[in-house]
Design a protein around this ligand. Structure first.
Ligand code: DSN
Length: 425
């Protein structure tokens, strides 16, 4: 059962903040979270994240710090590193990145010289801002070139084009990874092309880190990727943060460590590192493997409902935890309208552009949703199917308040029957 956090000191001292936290607790408990990059951590992770470790400066790495009094924070950082290496089958882990974007930036600066080229997935085909979108500062330092899907309806990457671009542009990093792509990547092809042009093979697995750790999808390291970077708060179900993992080369690991500190960051957030150690301990349990497999089953069940209702899905379906649906093209409901009507019935997700988006980024054609958070609550295929049916019904009846009211009651009922657990072990 989801137990409210004990917050006596905030309550006494700062009622406005207290009320906002309590309201957010209720919002999370009473609605269904379908944003594919969100999840609900255990109370153990929450406790570590809210602990006195936040008070400690610890620039450097375990055993080699620039401050005294680091023996306790060393314990949790060593533990997080050891657990990360075990989970992802690699030799080195840096657990200090404050989040995903700094992990990307540090990896680029660690492995490349300014002016070098990075080949990454086009944002409009599922990539991420940090993979070279012109609005990011990093594009002033490195040259980004892109690969795309051959066909958005199958999701297959155009590996021939990727190879041609790689031979022509000579990237120093070939980046596999995405934030809105639902199909499995051919990691072998990435490594083959990277080796051919002398590039590092780097995977940004922020979205699917939990699926990899739980053995539900393939591990890029099994194909020879050099580096994997990730956030820790999505399917991995840890505190907010990032990690950079190096498969086996100590020279690469050293470059990454130097790029994080002193290159990019100051003091690591040791409360977050402690919480990550706890989360990675949870991820090593058999229950976590079952959880990750269920995420996939639930996503497939939801995708099937959309396909049965003739809604076009990017990639034609899903091999992971997320679904990107062209609701405007299929139902005449814009992404913003869908986000709003679903929010009104207690389902949180995000509007998202589809491949080669014909509308504006602010009100695109698509919605993106996923199953890590509802699977944490214990929903299985039957409930996931029902939630997807209710989503379709709400979008089809977006102007009929009485239908929306009925749907809201049913969603609240599902949420009440599947409370967010306190613990996963
Ligand atoms: N904001 C994250 C997502 O939702 O995919 C990625 O940074």
């Amino acid at each position: 059962m989801s137990t409210p956090q004990d917050l006596p000191f905030i309550k006494a001292q700062d009622p406005v903040v207290y009320d906002a936290i309590r309201a957010e607790e209720k919002r999370q408990a009473n609605g269904l979270e379908l944003i594919p990059s969100e999840n609900s951590v255990s109370k153990a992770v929450l406790e570590a994240n809210g602990s006195v470790m936040t008070n400690k400066y610890a620039e450097g790495y375990p055993g080699k710090r620039y401050y005294g009094g680091c023996h306790n924070v060393d314990i949790v950082e060593d533990l997080a590193i050891e657990r990360a290496c075990k989970l992802f089958n690699c030799k080195y882990a840096n657990v200090q990145p404050h989040s995903g974007a700094p992990a990307n930036v540090a990896t680029y600066f660690g492995l490349l010289e300014p002016g070098d080229t990075i080949l990454g997935m086009d944002l409009s085909h599922g990539g991420h801002l940090t993979h070279g979108h012109p609005v990011t500062h990093i594009t002033k330092v490195f040259n980004f070139v892109r690969y795309k899907m051959k066909d958005p309806d199958t999701g297959e990457i155009d590996y021939e084009e990727m190879r041609e671009v790689a031979l022509r542009e000579k990237p120093k990093i070939i980046l596999a990874g995405f934030s809105a792509y639902s199909r499995a990547l051919d990691y072998g092809k990435f490594v083959e092309i990277a080796r051919e042009v002398g590039a590092y093979a780097v995977a940004d697995m922020a979205h699917i880190a939990g699926l990899i750790a739980g053995g539900a999808v393939e591990n890029p390291f099994d194909y020879g990727f050099d580096v994997i970077l990730t956030t820790t708060h999505k399917s991995l179900r840890g505190p907010r943060g990032g990690m950079i993992l190096t498969r086996e080369d100590p020279k690469i690991a050293k470059k990454i460590d130097k790029a994080i500190f002193p290159g990019l960051q100051g003091g690591p957030h040791m409360h977050r590192v402690a919480a990550l150690a706890v989360a990675l301990g949870e991820a090593l349990t058999p229950e976590f493997k079952t959880y990750q497999k269920q995420i996939l089953k639930n996503a497939k069940a939801m995708a099937q409902v959309f396909l049965d209702n003739d809604v076009r899905l990017m990639g034609g379906g899903t091999d992971n935890h997320l679904i990107l649906a062209d609701v405007y093209g299929s139902m005449g409901v814009t992404g913003q309208e869908a986000e709003d009507v679903l929010d009104a019935v207690g389902i949180t997700l995000n509007k998202n552009s589809i491949a080669d988006e014909p509308r504006s980024m602010f009100d695109p054609s698509g919605i993106r949703f996923g199953t890590p958070a509802i699977t944490t609550r214990g929903l299985k295929e039957a409930e996931a199917t029902r939630v997807a049916e209710l989503m379709i019904k709400a979008m089809k009846n977006k102007d009929d308040q009485s239908v929306l009211d009925e749907i809201k009651v049913e969603i609240e009922g599902i949420a009440a029957s599947f409370p967010i657990p306190d613990s996963f072990v």
